[in-house]
Ligand binder design. Sequence first.
Ligand code: URA
Length: 482
Amino acid sequence: MPHVTLATESDFRGWRAAARTLATQAIPPEDVTWHVAGRDAELFVSTSFAPTPVAGSGFNVPATFIELARSVVQHRDPERFALLYRLLWRLRPQPDLMQIATDADIMRVRRMAKAVHHDQHKMEAFVRFREIGNAPDNRFVAWFEPAHHIVEATAPFFSGRFADMRWSILTPDLCAHWNGETVAFTPGLDKSAAPSDDRLEDTWRTYYASIFNPARLKVKAMKTEMPERYWRNLPEAQLIKPLIAEAARRSADMIDAEATVPAKPQRRDEAAMKRKAIDPSAGSLSALRAEAMDCRACQLWNDATQTVFGEGPAHAPLMLVGEQPGDKEDLAGKPFVGPAGQMLDRALNEAGIDRNKVYVTNAVKHFKFVPRGKIRLHQKPNSVEIKACRPWYERERAAVKPALIVAMGATAAQSVLGKTTPINRTRGHLIDLDDGAQALVTVHPSYLLRLPDAEAKAREYLRFVDDLKIAATRLCHLQHAA
Ligand code: URA
């Protein structure tokens, strides 16, 4: 009886070569046993069957079968190799077998292939890298427990997507390691070998909590999307149970809460609503703030609740410029207090910058939105609005005299640099301004919140923190030079 020994659990090439030889030699499936090297060790006492190179199986095999077999060998079912050979064997007298959807073997392999694809998609979505060490010697390591033997087949997805990171994905079956050029595989490991916590963990949790909408909670659909078996390795999954428990209360609160109908604390009489020309001569910050409350330089004051002026120490060495206030800022009258503000606070913290020592403002001082039902949807300010508001930024800058200005996003960069500027080309470089101050352009924290892909979000967040670290280092140098 031929015993076939395959090199690995997902050795498709080995299975194919052996199956070809067996079929050519007309050896029926019931005479063959299939094993994987290193598993079922006692079976290696008998001589293993060695496939001889043959061009095919001696008859035409449909391409759909080969594609299916490629996936099915990754299934954890120990009978998969025998099952596939039985199908190959049956295809010779019955070439249309693949079309018989009710055939028990066909149904079984299709189910297995589906389970493998499902597991691959879940691996692509739920691998969470943790950073080990510091740049440039850092490495990203993830622990994942796949349901099937999918690591080899799924590794190219990660090397394509994270080509510029050195990463390892550790699993109990097989580990994949990317060095920037090739993927290498080593035997599986125990979970204790994997790092358990890092600075990305909070990001995942914040992100998850921010996208969790209690009013839309459908526990069953959520568990289909993120099956419970993956939860133990997902930092954000720790939040699921408390968030679900809280959901009923939160959605009741949301229903009870008034829609954010803008209040109008700053609305004055008609005479004061004339378009005011802004005097760019500097003034004290409190005088500026008071003056800005009546600003009518563009139409945005009309629907906004109030002017949201900058905030922070009068002579802060660092000024952060955002785009415009959002819904929460419009209501609170303070910049960066909503979700983007929370993301910013966390990133500042990680970069070693104390927000209390920073002057935080926006390029545009009124919230621009369109109402959609009960919510107010943020709209990007246009060039006319950015230009109309720029004198306020200039006057804030003249009053505060920061040595470094960080522009977050394209709107802020346009105000700070006085021209439209592609973020990617300027980002992360210190730019000398005419008056001796410097500017640094980076992305807006809302961009990180909007990224649909959680993995990209985590990576971009780190880049954002790295940009802020450039600002922190520059401030340190300036302080030492002073
Ligand atoms: N986005 C901004 O640009 N500024 C804020 O104050 C809040 C969100």
